[in-house]
Ligand binder design. Structure first.
Ligand code: GAR
Length: 215
């Protein structure tokens, strides 16, 4: 059975959706860079091994990433899932795990990389927002997109309401993509996401808009 490790920094709701999805693989560990991440307790409550590698204990980003890589490798995972992991990773780390390192980002990339993505979307006035799952490469939030889910932006949205609507889609999208990978159907090939057995347009997949409630 394939093994995966999840990296978190906080709440861990995406981690929860992965752990509860009945994925065809075993979660070997949940690792946090923050000792106070709420997701650690919910992982432990599901019987998953947890570890903290606190970035504040390291003199440099490179040293932290070396320790993090070692903490991951001891579980010999086939797949590493960033789920609200809020540290920028060094190129060396990313290259070491390239092709087996996925991230979920709360925007329709390449729009709105970085942080505060819902505020960025509202400020830009886009009518459609969403989330993306992508392979991680050294370009921040710039790796090959695997799948995206879109939500409408409503006239009375604020950051919180828009974020909640996107999060519902995140919780559906990430387990779906993780399943593809664990089934051996999803690969990074020549810098593009390649998926067997699905209609793929240019290596990216499209998920239709969820019907707004009440319509
Ligand atoms: C999620 O919205 C995730 O997409 C985002 O942080 C949130 C974590 O929530 N990730 C990033 O912004 C990565 N740059 P969670 O801890 O409840 O999953």
């Amino acid at each position: 059975m394939k093994r995966y490790v999840i990296l978190i920094s906080g709440r861990g709701s995406n981690m929860g959706s992965l752990l509860d999805a009945g994925l065809p693989g075993a979660c070997a560990a949940v690792i946090s860079n923050r000792p106070d991440a709420a997701g650690l307790a919910s992982a432990a409550g599901r019987g998953i091994a947890t570890a903290v590698i606190d970035h504040r204990g390291f003199a440099s980003r490179a040293e932290f990433d070396i320790a993090l890589a070692a903490g991951i490798e001891r579980h010999a995972p086939d797949l590493v899932l960033l789920a609200g992991f809020m540290r920028i990773l060094t190129d060396d780390f990313v290259r070491r795990f390239e092709g087996r390192l996925l991230n979920i980002h709360p925007s329709l990339l390449p729009l709105f990389p970085g942080i505060k993505t819902h505020a960025q979307a509202l400020a830009a006035g886009v009518r459609i927002h969403g989330c993306s799952v992508h392979f991680v490469t050294p370009a921040l939030d710039g790796g090959p997109i695997i799948a995206q889910a879109a939500v409408p932006v409503q006239a009375d949205d604020d950051e919180a309401s828009l974020g909640r609507r996107v999060l519902v889609e995140e919780h559906l999208l990430y387990p779906r993509v993780a399943r593809w990978f664990l089934e051996g159907r999803l690969r990074l090939v020549d810098g593009r996401a390649q998926l067997e057995g699905e209609t793929a347009v240019g290596g990216a997949l499209h998920v239709p808009l969820t019907e707004p409630k009440g319509n």
